[in-house]
Design a protein around this ligand. Structure first.
Ligand code: HEC
Length: 92
């Protein structure tokens, strides 16, 4: 039992790291950064995005507009990546 716990503690950060970098990879491959110059642009104080719900809407909207066909799961990963990196919303 102790052994399993130790393994989980070792593996968990690795899994969450991979997961986070996935959203970033998707984002980069879709060329979102062509228009979005990262740091300056995504701002939690922006009036356009005031919740996780808004953020989902924007990611979907921009992806649709520019012909990116992400699966819902991929869309979610990009939302999580942007949220973890820039917005830090906890509520829908
Ligand atoms: C051709 C240019 C362009 C591309 C490519 C693009 N966007 Fe956008 N995006 C915009 C514009 C313009 C806005 C509105 C920004 C504004 O008015 O402040 C926007 C807004 C957003 C916002 C809300 C930003 C905020 O905090 O106000 C998000 C999130 C976003 N885009 C995500 C994405 C994602 C994800 C992709 C890749 C699939 C993407 N965008 C690709 C032009 C683009």
């Amino acid at each position: 039992m102790k052994n399993i716990l130790q393994k989980m503690i070792l593996v968990l950060p690795l899994v969450s790291f991979l997961y986070a970098s996935d959203g970033k990879t998707l984002y980069m491959e879709a060329n979102c950064q062509k228009c979005h110059h990262m740091d300056e642009q995504y701002d939690p104080r922006s009036e356009k995005v005031t919740s996780l719900h808004d953020l989902k809407g924007w990611v979907l909207g921009c992806a649709n507009n520019f012909g990116i066909e992400w699966f819902p799961e991929e869309n979610k990963q990009v939302v999580e990546y942007l949220n973890e990196t820039y917005y830090h919303y906890t509520e829908e």
